[in-house]
Design a protein around this ligand. Structure first.
Ligand SMILES: *Cc1c(COP(=O)(O)O)cnc(C)c1O
Length: 375
């Protein structure tokens, strides 16, 4: 195990003659170990070098990671973003960076390959996508987006939080940057908040390293250790998340209290074929651990369901070993303007499940009991 190096500074033999580390905001051995590990998991080719340009960067939160990436852009630059996004990303784009940095954000349904070409402008500098997206679990065709971006010399970045590098590695399909809320599957135990950026491009890596150090929202050594520790079981956990979620999606799809189920691994998902191609665990298609569903009831019925669950915990966040349930309209996506929520289908009876690794039968009966409680 790498030691948790808590030193903020390092002794120098003579001015400028240091031991490889000078000051922990700039570099820290524990954080380096995590940054290298995630860069390797995402397939960055920069991990072999010994210097600071190895392509992985750890931040104090997922939002800090996205902020740092936006800091590499210049005032006035245009960003094309997927319309369905994590609520916090939406808020950062619309309510902070469009004002403080004068960035111009265009939103489009990038799950539709034709929409990408129409939505890209001559000034677009960055394409930002989530796949699967939060909370509607729309997929973007990563290969297709990388091709459009490359043809036009636009950077493209993927928030890979929902899939994790176990299911898909966007860099291998031509993406420039991958971002993670390591708070979720990478950490995996709901006990740390952390964010990551990864690139396979040396020039971009240097630029991100410069901004990470300049802006300073780095991940601390102890938190770096927690994420590293979580990653050791990432593959085992993802296997179980996918297995449990797939069985639960089947059960929900035939339940009369459930109007619709959205799960990339279920044949009724409109992009199931893309999901089978793009999201894989080992040699098999894998739909991930997230399920979104619309209950066949109103807000009050929805509340009865959410208050009745016993093993699922009603809480924000996702990707931990314990199952969580969330009401996007009131909880995670409250900061998305109501008319945008309506356009995306985030209504009062929409519920998002983060399926954990508990015994499947327990999760099934918990959901069935809570669905019965709708009345
Ligand atoms: C949670 C989340 C974020 C934000 O990450 P934090 O670690 O909470 O700052 C960004 N994107 C997605 C998809 C998320 O789920």
């Amino acid at each position: 195990m790498p030691p948790i190096t808590l030193a903020s500074t390092y002794a120098q033999a003579s001015p400028g003659e240091h031991q490889g580390f000078e000051y922990t905001r700039s570099h820290n051995p524990t954080r380096y170990a995590l940054e290298r590990a995630v860069a390797r998991l995402e397939g960055s080719h920069l991990t072999d070098s010994d210097d600071a340009s190895f392509g992985g960067f750890a931040f104090s939160s997922g939002m800090a990671a996205i902020s740092c990436l936006l800091d590499t852009l210049s005032a006035g630059d245009r960003v094309l973003a997927m319309d369905d996004l994590y609520g916090g990303s939406h808020r950062l784009f619309r309510q902070v960076r469009s004002r403080s940095q004068n960035l111009q954000f265009d939103f489009a349904d990038l799950s539709n390959p034709d929409a990408i070409k129409d939505a890209v402008t001559d000034d677009t500098r960055l394409i930002w996508i989530e796949s699967p997206s939060n909370p509607m679990l729309k997929l973007a065709d990563l290969q297709e987006i990388a091709n459009v971006a490359r043809d036009r010399g636009i950077l493209c970045a993927c928030d890979n939080t929902f899939a994790s590098p176990m299911l898909q590695r966007p860099l291998e399909l031509g993406f420039d940057i991958v971002m993670h809320s390591a708070t979720k599957y990478l950490g995996g135990h709901s006990d740390v908040v952390a964010g990551m950026l990864v690139t396979g491009d040396a020039t971009l890596a240097e630029r991100i390293r410069f901004h990470q150090n300049s802006v300073g929202s780095i991940l601390g050594p102890f938190d770096s250790y927690l994420v590293l520790r979580g990653i050791k079981t990432l593959e085992v956990r993802m296997n179980r998340h996918c297995e449990n979620a797939s069985a639960i999606a089947d059960m929900l799809a035939s339940h009369d209290r459930v109007r619709s189920v959205i799960y990339p691994g279920h044949p009724n998902h409109p992009q199931h074929e893309l999901a089978c191609r793009q999201m894989r665990l080992g040699n098999n298609p894998a739909g991930g651990g997230m399920i979104t569903m619309t209950l066949d009831t109103d807000l009050e019925g929805c509340r009865r369901f959410l208050e009745a669950v016993q093993i699922f915990t009603l809480a924000e966040s996702l990707g931990g070993v314990e199952s969580l349930v969330n009401h996007p309209a009131i909880m995670t996506h409250a900061s998305v303007p109501e008319k945008d929520r309506a356009a995306l289908g985030i209504d009062d009876s929409l519920v998002r499940l983060s399926v954990g690794i508990e015994t499947l039968e327990d999760l099934m009966s918990d959901l069935q009991n809570a669905l019965d409680a709708i009345g």
